[in-house]
Design a protein around this ligand. Structure first.
Ligand SMILES: [Fe+2]
Length: 395
């Protein structure tokens, strides 16, 4: 029997035509209790729609881990390495994660203090705020009315470990409160009304498909080189007001200020990743961690007018790298292309981490308690780039 799917409830701000292939609610199933046949269908639907929502479900950390692992059976450790993030004090991810002792691949994230939770006597959680990460901030007096996208990202260590295939997010305690206005503050006047503490998603497929022909050609010919220990490297730097990358102010650590690193563990990934089920290309770049770009020359015999870097290039100027990526990625985070999930308690979201970007949004007061379980696993393989046919088609 086929699983029942329904479109996600889109906000009025969303351009529904752009979400025809993005996001589905799976009706009447518990993601922790799927039969092998249902699991197969859920897996296929996940790659087809990139984000699946299960409502009103009770899911144990063990079941959440098992479902996450089913997408990549030989993966085992948390996407950033078990407990590694917490021991690396210099990493900007350090304060955001608490591990469930029984199932260390599942993290407790949220806001406020949680007691007697899955073997944790007391966990002090802090919802990440743009105030400590962005270069500019919303004035304190407007801080609870207005907010920002914290950091658009792929869940990935971007060094040594491979980006997880999927992430699962389970909302256990969801504070109620007024919606907030997410400001872009980038001179465009863009803003988006968002539910309190939303997780915002944009499609990497849409991000690719809306590029100009020139940028599509560049995208299928390019590889991104990430910094070693990118979250340590970027720690002193500050982000742009849209949360879509870092301001180029020369604040990143130098390579010899970083913890020891090896060239062989540096990640170089294609700019577009091929969906294993649909074959579509998704523009998948974590803008904050990028250091350099490698661009291949046009394939032999291709001669298109206005092609960017027809002879290829290796761009090492960080400002130039970031400006180019921002030009390519910014259109896809326009308000009408963002899906801000309106969390209800016992919502379980499974998303294609290699097919979209997402971000934390919103500002809570310290007494607003939010508790979520998050799981993703460092993958057993690297993402697949465009095929020879894709390159032929788009280059
Ligand atoms: Fe994330």
């Amino acid at each position: 029997m086929a699983i029942e799917l329904a479109p996600l409830p889109l906000p009025a701000s969303a351009d529904a035509s752009k979400f025809a292939n993005f996001g589905r609610e799976v009706i009447g199933l518990n993601p922790g209790k799927l039969t092998p046949e249902q699991l197969k269908e859920v897996q296929e639907a996940l790659y087809k729609y990139d984000a699946l929502l299960f409502r009103n479900v009770v899911v144990t950390p063990e079941d959440q881990y098992a479902l996450t692992k089913s997408f990549d059976p030989s993966s085992e450790s948390y996407g950033h390495g078990n407990n590694k993030t917490q021991s690396t004090k210099a990493s900007i991810l350090h304060p955001d994660l608490k591990t469930i002792p029984r199932v260390p691949q599942v993290q407790l994230i949220g806001n406020g203090t949680v007691y007697n939770h899955e073997g944790l006597a007391e966990a002090k959680l802090k919802h990440p705020s743009h105030i400590t990460f962005h270069k500019t901030r919303i004035p304190p007096e407007e801080e609870l009315k207005a907010t920002r996208y914290y950091r658009w990202h792929i869940d990935a260590a971007l060094y040594d470990l491979n980006p997880p295939k999927v992430t699962t997010l389970y909302g256990l305690t969801v504070p109620k409160g007024e919606s907030q206005i997410c400001r872009y503050d980038d001179g465009t006047g863009d803003e988006l009304e968002v539910p309190l503490g939303t997780t915002a998603f944009v499609s990497g497929r849409t991000m690719f498909e809306m590029l100009s022909d020139e940028y599509k050609s560049l995208a299928v010919r390019s590889k991104v080189r990430y910094a070693p220990h990118p979250y340590v490297w970027m720690a002193p730097a500050r982000a742009m007001s849209t949360g879509l990358g870092i301001e180029s102010e020369g604040k990143e650590l130098t390579l010899d200020e970083l913890p020891s690193w090896e060239e062989s563990k540096i990640k170089v990934f294609p700019m577009t990743w091929k969906n294993p089920v649909t074959g579509n290309l998704h523009f998948q770049v974590h803008p904050c961690g990028v250091k350099e770009l490698y661009i291949d020359p046009l394939p032999q015999g291709t001669n298109r007018k206005g092609t960017l870097y027809p002879n290829g290039a290796h761009i090492t100027d960080l400002k130039q790298v970031r400006e180019l990526l921002y030009e390519m990625q910014r259109p896809a985070i326009s308000p009408s292309l963002v899906y801000p999930h309106d969390w209800k308690e016992n919502d379980f979201v499974l998303f294609h981490n290699r097919g979209l970007l997402h971000t934390v949004v919103g500002a809570f007061t310290p007494d607003q308690v939010r508790a979520f379980h998050q799981c993703n696993l460092a993958a057993s393989d690297e993402p697949t780039g465009p095929s020879a046919e894709d390159i032929q088609k788009y280059a």
